[in-house]
Design a binder for this molecule. Structure first.
Ligand code: DC
Length: 221
C-alpha cells in the first residue's frame, strides 16, 4: 500500500500550500477536498438554491463531475468548465462551509473522495480527512496557527489576487467559518486521536513540509 497523508485544520492554516509541496517532494497526488465542497456550493448558488438546502445541493451531485488539472493554482473543473478562480471567493467559501453541515452533501463527497484516495500514493487535506475520509491514513496531521496569523495570511492571499480585503473582515469571516466547521454535528473539524499537531505560525511552508515529511519517515520506520 502506498502512503496516504491526511491533513486537517482550520481555514488559512496553510494546508494547501504545504500539501502541494509535500506532494511534489514525495511524488504523491494531491487531493483538495475543500475544492469539492466549493464546487458544489458554486453550482448550488448558480442554481438559485439556498445554502440551507442540503438535499437540493446533494441532488446536484448526480450531474456534477469535478476534476482537477495540474498547475499552480491547481485547475479545478466542473463538467469540463474551468472554475479555478470562481470557487476561491469568500462568498463561495462561506457557502461551502454552510452546505458542508448537511449529511446528504457529506455522504456524496466523502464517497467520491474515498474513491480518489483508492490505492494510496496521495496527500489529501480538508476538515474531516483524518477522521472520516481516510481514517487509516499512514500519517494524520492537524495543521494549525492562531486566528490572527491565519487571518493575516488569508488577507495577503486575497490582496494578491486583486480582491479587496480588510483585516477585520477577513478575521471575522475565518472566525465564523471555524466556529461552524468545528461545531457542526456531522464530522466536525477536530484533532484525530492519533494525529500529530503541527503549528504553522513562524515557519515557512517549506519548514512545515519538512516537519511533516519527518513525521512520515518516523511512522514508516
Ligand atoms: O478548505 P476550504 O476553505 O476550501 O473549505 C471550504 C469549506 O468546505 C470549509 O469551510 C468546510 C468544508 N469542508 C468540509 O466540510 N470538509 C472537508 N474535508 C473540506 C472542506
Amino acid at each position: 500500500m502506498k502512503p496516504v497523508i491526511a491533513i486537517d485544520g482550520p481555514a488559512g492554516a496553510g494546508k494547501s500550500t504545504v500539501s502541494k509541496l509535500i506532494a511534489k517532494e514525495l511524488g504523491l497526488s494531491y487531493l483538495d477536498t475543500g475544492a469539492m465542497y466549493r464546487c458544489l456550493a458554486f453550482k448550488s448558488l448558480a442554481a438559485g438554491y439556498s445554502v440551507e438546502d442540503g438535499e437540493a445541493a446533494a441532488a446536484l451531485m448526480e450531474d456534477l463531475h469535478i476534476s482537477f488539472g495540474v498547475g499552480e493554482p491547481q485547475p479545478v473543473y466542473i463538467n469540463g468548465e474551468d472554475v479555478t478562480a470562481l470557487i476561491r471567493t469568500p462568498e463561495i467559501g462561506e457557502a461551502a462551509s454552510a452546505l458542508s453541515q448537511f449529511t446528504p452533501v457529506r455522504q456524496k463527497l466523502v464517497a467520491l473522495q474515498q474513491e480518489l484516495v483508492g490505492e494510496g500514493g496521495v496527500i489529501l487535506e480538508g476538515r474531516d480527512v483524518t477522521t472520516v475520509v481516510a481514517p487509516n491514513a499512514t500519517l494524520k496531521v492537524y495543521l494549525t496557527a492562531s486566528l490572527e496569523e491565519r487571518a493575516k495570511r488569508r488577507q495577503l492571499e486575497f490582496i494578491g489576487k486583486g480582491m479587496e480585503a480588510g483585516f477585520q473582515d477577513v478575521r471575522n469571516q475565518i472566525e465564523q467559518r471555524d466556529h461552524r466547521d468545528i461545531n457542526r454535528d456531522d464530522s466536525p473539524l477536530k484533532v484525530a486521536d492519533d494525529a500529530v499537531v503541527v503549528e504553522s505560525a513562524d515557519r515557512t511552508p517549506e519548514e512545515v513540509a519538512a516537519k511533516i515529511i519527518g513525521h512520515l519517515k518516523a511512522k514508516l520506520q
